[in-house]
Design a protein around this ligand. Structure first.
Ligand SMILES: [Zn+2]
Length: 65
């Protein structure tokens, strides 16, 4: 059985995951006050990209929809 909580969508849940660990750059440790992830959907996957404001490292998160 699926657990549908309060009408949240799959994208909302992905957003929550990004909010949990998406603020910190894995390369330099810079903490973004307001990380701006860019969402790119490709077929059945969605990829979030964010460039670090401090060191310019590109962070990517790919999820299946
Ligand atoms: Zn960085």
């Amino acid at each position: 059985m699926s657990k549908t909580a309060r009408g949240t969508t799959a994208l909302d849940r992905l957003r929550d995951r990004l909010d949990q660990d998406g603020h910190v750059c894995s390369a330099c440790g810079y903490v973004h006050p307001d990380p701006s992830w860019e969402a790119v959907t490709t077929g059945d996957r969605i990829q979030y990209r964010r460039r670090c404001d401090s060191c310019g490292a590109l962070a990517r998160r790919t999820y299946r929809l």
